[in-house]
Design a protein. Sequence first.
Length: 289
Amino acid sequence: MQNSMFRLEMLKEGRSIRLPILMIFYNSILAFVTILFLFFNNESSQAGYLSNHAGFLVQFLIISSLQILTVFILMPFAVSYMEDTDRKVSEQFMMIPGVARYQIIAKINVLVLTNLLIFLSSLPIITLSCIYSGISLMKIGRLFGVITLFSFWGGSIALFHYSISRRPLFAFAGTIFTYFMMSVGILLFLEIIRGASLSLSGQGELASWVTGLCLVVNLFNPVVVYVGYFENLSGNVPIITSYFGNFGIDVTSRTFSYLYFKLAILACVLVGIIFLSLSVHFYFREKSS
């Protein structure tokens, strides 16, 4: 059953012209940004300035950040397209016990594989950036892992909203709203807690329980995973210090540096699993009502 549903989803995706067109636009944007950086760096060299290694590193950071952002932009549209193709055949599968679980698993696998295929298509452009910036293959592997994680996280949330909503517009809006609340919303919530704690204490210091709350709640913010990727790639410790130090979190401890970002990755996986479980529960129930 699982292989059949997955094969069906892969056939529908493979026969569509949407993926090739998406790859063309995606790689065209990345290539345009890369050419701009190469042009400006070449102009600086001809003008007598030394080639700045940090500039090439910024180039790779911008390109990789665009790739990560593209995952969140494409995910609601990809799920919407999958739901549109299933609209005429959903009722035929409702009589099969447990088919919703296989259907959701097949969909999330196709979503993740599609994003990874788009990422692999951009490897020539990324490799060109790595030649000048000195980025190792391990860093590219880390980017591969981050895109895989965010594809799973974002795809799970999108599938959940398209499972509980009858109208695609509401599902799309709910997906974007959840993305916002899980990232910016968590930051705003922690800032409110921080401001209230400072006002009540009157000493300009955060209470220990507030720091602990910020430490735990921040784990469920996908921005933390990106911050960990940024710190590992650039080694820019002051940015990490200012981000977490605002909540009274000590980033100099060995426990934080070795465990915290790994726990944030596990938290993203846990959130994805929860949304997938809810999607399985509501998938055909909402379609049949």
